[in-house]
Design a binder for this molecule. Sequence first.
Ligand code: HEM
Length: 219
Amino acid sequence: MPGSPLEAVALHREQDGTLLDPHTAAVELLNIIRPTVAIAWFAVFAAHALHRQPGGLDQLRDGGPAHARAFAHEVRRFYPFVPFIGGAAAHDLSLAGHQIAGGTLLLLDVYGHHHDPELWERPYHFDAGRFLRHEPGRDALIPQGGGDARTGHRCPGEDLTLSLLAALSPALADLDFAVPRQDLSIPLSRIPTRPRSGFVIDVAGRPGSRRARRFQPPV
Ligand code: HEM
């Protein structure tokens, strides 16, 4: 398709005029697909949050960009999409009183950090309002890694993720859909995780129609 990412990759020429080899072209395409799918999973969690707390729908519809951004932050804090991040210690080091040999596998407990009652008020309560009161500190909210994206282990796509999620969530709140009975439990043994059924919806109307949404009781 003209102008598509597929066309851009397929026709891309290196400085010496050669096309990309098939492996590199495939990796480039996967580099587009993988993060796009990752954001779609966050959108599923956004739908899950709205389903569990329909009271948040009006806030999201009427709260403007600040509320949408706060909601996107809270989705990324609350849900265990990336429950931990692993990495090998680059050299011998001392961390919080522990001696760690270079090469040791370290796991950053992202889910634990996001639900630590010393860091978050009522951590198991979904509350977008907590991010309306203040923007999170750099290493307080770490669903996509911590530190500085330019020098450390933070996802360089985080701003894009946040912007897309903040744009998608109000659109979702405006969509007239029903949620058929399904298994919306979220297994913590799966990484990355998502609701067992995905999130199946029955779209009944057009965006913006704002008809009363028909919810099945959560299962
Ligand atoms: C649900 C959305 C996403 C999540 C949860 C996520 C999470 C992460 C995490 C945990 C890392 C590893 C950081 C590290 O340990 O070094 C990472 C790296 C990366 N992410 Fe994301 N990401 C998401 C979306 C995106 C998007 C939308 C893009 C691009 C537009 C992107 C591009 C990258 C790249 C290029 C790296 C590698 C950075 C490097 O190694 O220097 N990510 N991401």
